[in-house]
Design a protein around this ligand. Structure first.
Ligand code: AQP
Length: 341
């Protein structure tokens, strides 16, 4: 679809979220949470724990509640300040569900059928996948647009969904002849680790739901587990290269060097320079130390915060009230535009 329509002139706002669907991974941290923190200083930010997205695949209710508090704790442990950014869980703000229904009626089946995440997650048995899993991108568009958010920091895997949100916003604006009502949100995909890959297979994304725990670093892993996972990480038989062009066809080398660069806050070229000609064993050793140094303070803080669930719930409640204050006038206008009396 073309983006030609009068541009949105409202304020800039950042929205993003993480699913409480299991242990957070290094991929979630580097691709999303670390970048949320970087944006907090410069923008008006809304960060959600997307529990309604999580139930698109089965979640044990007790585990879902625990994971919702744990993602909130991880947000704060990583550096999000609940006074500056709005932190809350999605199910507390009904605008998400309401706008998602309207967007279900705006989005086209053909658009949804092209979504690679649905194809991957539903696998060979699409007829057994939940209707919610299919409609997931419409809920994500509602998450973003209920706040008229303009920027969405995500990992590479979510780019297609943010682009679909643009299509939905544009079609809504066109269908209801309200040019510029919704912004066309921009995905913000930056840094050296926008797609952290599985440690067992450089062609697969590192994911919370991968059946192999050895494929990922969890934010809750202890030092021994981190060391063992990097030690056993898949490699290739060649020494590490000096130039980015030589990473072509070497996904495991690219992945480990990219993780190092993102954790060290260095450019990939600097890291290539540092390890040029070295064996994987040297990179793995230094990567283990760096990962432990960066993740341990976060893990310890998550444990400390999780000891007071009441305080986490209070933060979520406060964030939800502030979130509702943004969505309510927007939803009042949406209802009027759609013709709901
Ligand atoms: N491997 C990754 N590399 C970089 N970014 C990643 N993200 C996820 N995996 C990687 C980013 O983390 C944010 C939150 O993701 P999510 O929990 O909403 O869902 P997801 O993308 O489906 O992540 P997972 O870990 O793979 O979860 P499951 O296994 O439950 O599906 C997003 O910004 C995502 O891009």
């Amino acid at each position: 679809m073309s983006d030609e329509q009068p541009t949105y002139t409202g304020p800039e706002r950042v929205f993003s979220g993480v699913q409480p669907s299991g242990n957070l991974t290094l991929g979630n941290y580097l691709g999303a949470i670390k970048r949320f923190v970087e944006m907090q200083d410069r923008h008006d930010c809304v960060y959600c724990v997307v529990d309604m997205h999580a139930i698109t695949v089965w979640q044990d209710p007790t585990d879902l509640a625990r994971a919702t508090r744990e993602v909130t704790a991880a947000y704060m442990a990583a550096g999000l300040d609940p006074k500056r950014s709005i932190l809350f869980n999605q199910s507390k703000v009904l605008a998400h569900a309401e706008l998602a229904w309207i967007f279900n009626c705006v989005a086209r089946m053909g658009w949804m059928e092209r979504m690679t995440q649905f194809k991957e997650k539903s696998g060979k048995h699409k007829e057994r996948a939940s209707l919610g899993l299919f409609a997931y991108p419409a809920l994500m568009a509602a998450d973003i647009l209920a706040y008229k958010a303009t920027h969405v920091p995500v990992g590479e895997d979510q780019k297609q969904h943010v682009e679909l949100s643009r299509d939905i916003a544009q079609k809504f604006n066109n269908d209801y002849q309200r040019p510029g009502f919704f912004p066309l949100p921009e995905p913000v995909i930056q840094g050296a680790a926008t797609r952290v890959m599985s440690l067992r297979d450089g062609a697969k994304k590192m994911s919370k739901s991968d059946p192999s725990d050895m494929s990922r670093i969890n934010l809750t892993d202890d030092h021994d587990a981190i060391a063992a996972k990097f030690r056993k990480a898949k490699t290739d038989p060649h020494p590490l290269p000096a130039h980015e062009s030589e990473l072509e066809g070497r996904p495991e080398a690219r992945n480990l060097l990219g993780i190092y660069a993102a954790l060290a806050d260095e450019e990939l070229v600097t890291v290539l320079d540092k390890f040029a000609g070295a064996q994987f064993s040297q990179l793995k050793g230094e990567l283990t130390e760096l990962t432990i140094a960066k993740l341990t303070p976060i893990t310890e803080e998550v444990t400390r915060l999780m000891a007071d669930e009441g305080e986490i719930d209070r933060i979520l409640e406060d964030g939800a009230a502030r979130a509702r204050a943004i969505t309510e006038p927007i939803m009042a206008e949406v209802r009027q535009i759609v013709g709901f009396v």
